[in-house]
Design a binder for this molecule. Structure first.
Ligand SMILES: [Zn+2]
Length: 227
């Protein structure tokens, strides 16, 4: 595999972090998969110590776990964690979307609609980044909420939800439906917080109903081929 140059104007650790998170959202990296520090250092042409710092950051966000003498692995959430993550995210996004209704500017609405167009194209073309584009809607409204604390918490929960979906989704498919995102944008634009919160609750019902939150489903992950 070609070495990927990640030096430049951006801090190298942030770039490596973003690449790993994107790979998890795109499902190129799966729950339970080993993250080899030496190979990552070679592939991204960065010192191993920096790879370690990025993996520790992901560990602190519960996206990666370290196992004694075995190294780092992509986290494989339990059913209990899965419930907790979705319960928390659902309540926080209720608040996010209410604040977004109050605070969205016309530029914010334009960006949401642009992302929606990209999302529809990604669906239609079955692009490999479709999950990431769909997640961008949720990252965007968290930013529009104008509350940096909330934005950071929601962003972390979105990453953990992706892991939950990787383990527990009933069949591979798209869980964030673009028409629901479109209706949410309409509510945000109209400054209709009650309507938006109602739609967001429905959106989460929809997402959770697409999961099989059982230990049996989690055990199937053991049979995955890891590199
Ligand atoms: Zn969604």
């Amino acid at each position: 595999m070609a070495t990927e140059k990640v030096r430049g104007k951006h801090p190298v650790e942030d770039l490596l972090y973003d690449r790993l998170v994107d790979a998890i959202i795109d499902k190129h990296l799966r729950p339970g998969q080993h993250l080899n520090e030496v190979k990552l250092a070679e592939r991204f042409d960065v010192p191993r110590s920096r790879v370690r710092r990025v993996l520790e950051r992901l560990r602190d966000e519960d996206v990666v776990v370290f196992e004694l003498n075995r190294g780092a692995f992509v986290s494989r959430p339990t059913t209990k964690e899965a419930h907790n993550v979705f319960e928390t995210r659902r309540h926080l996004e209720d608040l996010v979307v209410r604040l977004a209704c109050e605070r969205a500017t016309p530029e914010d609405i334009a960006l949401l609609r642009e992302n929606l167009r990209d999302e529809r194209e990604a669906f239609a073309a079955m692009r490999s980044d479709v999950n990431r584009v769909a997640a961008n809607f949720h990252f965007a409204i968290a930013r529009i909420s104008g509350n940096g604390v909330l934005e950071k918490m929601v962003a972390q929960l979105i990453r953990r939800c992706v892991l939950v979906q990787s383990v527990y989704e009933k069949k591979s498919g798209i869980l964030c439906l673009s028409e629901e995102h479109g209706s949410l944008i309409d509510c945000i634009e109209k400054n209709d917080p009650e309507g938006a919160a109602h739609l967001m609750a429905h959106h989460f019902d929809h997402i959770i109903s697409s999961l099989d939150l059982t230990e049996a489903r989690r055990a199937e992950i053991d049979s995955f081929e890891f590199i």
